[in-house]
Design a protein around this ligand. Sequence first.
Ligand code: CP3
Length: 331
Amino acid sequence: MTRRLEAALQRRTLDRPPVWIMRQAGRYLPEYRQLRERHTFQEAVSTPEVASAITLQPIHRFALDGAVIFADIMTPLEAMGVDMTFDPGPRLRPHTLDEVASLPDLDVDRVGFVEETIRRVRDQAPAHVSVIGFAGAPLTLLAYLVQGGGSKDFMHFRGALRSDPLAAAAALDRLSSAMATYLAFQAAAGADVVQLFDSWAGLLDRRSFSTLAVPAAERSLSGVDVPTIYFAPGAGHTLELQPSVGATAYGVDWRIPIDEAWDRLGDVAIQGNIDPAVLLGDPEAIRSEVVDLLDRVGGRPGHIVNLGHGIDRRTPPENVQVLIEAIVASG
Ligand code: CP3
């Protein structure tokens, strides 16, 4: 049996597109918030019993086609010796580019809990659900490492990139080989698909995007033998450049209509792109967004329904139900 999500990645013709939601395992679910009362975020991630239960929470509620493993893009960096806290986003000491370039390689024994979580999820999820592993793209990880946490414009990080392009390339190389190891490790553990999150690459101009972000993402995905998805939100100005990453599919945010984004990406599979804000509205508006999205796709094979970014924590779970039901009913 080929699972629906993987069939879409092979661009097979389907009765309806597969659907999953970025951040589907998280704070909009009361059962997640309840578990988090008893465990810190890092404890939950590093305890396979808890992380697998959280991964499966949305699968029990909704007819989703994918289960995304509960962890964070920063998790493998902790295993490379980088100390951090979550509040709720990552906070760490700002690193220089040279410090990043000399981080040790990822020792997969230090992320054994991720392997165990993937095993448990693959074991416990229904057979038709694809298990989705993920990593942060090197450019995005470097942004957090150099900046020391989240930021609106990552100005300190962008200044560092501009002032020492050679050191930036060395730091990106270090992270690329670590993420290549990490993604292959997740595939070997049982992830059916992996996604590379390049959340901040959209801050770059086109030239830096193609010289820094693209080759680093490409190297991260190069040794992975399962289908891959590359997602750079807020990067509509780079759509023509993205296929050089060599992923199976590309995630697109809500800012550009999906048919236009697809024309600009070319001959690849696509994922997206409902505005997460739609899920804060009423059921009629949600259904009409689904109709509009599916109209624009027009049945072209190779589409995975998702939001154009992570689900907002204020989203009523009933609205997710409305979205999924509308997709399922389209088949
Ligand atoms: O359901 C899933 O998608 C799986 C788990 C997942 C998390 N983070 C759990 C999490 C995934 C895929 C991520 C990716 C991630 N983490 C990204 C890329 C996606 C994006 O939003 O662009 C980024 C940039 C991060 C870094 C990060 N970690 C931030 C900015 C935050 C805080 C803000 C937020 O969105 O919640 C985190 C913490 C985090 N990671 C939480 C969760 C569920 C919240 C922890 C909590 O308070 O319970």
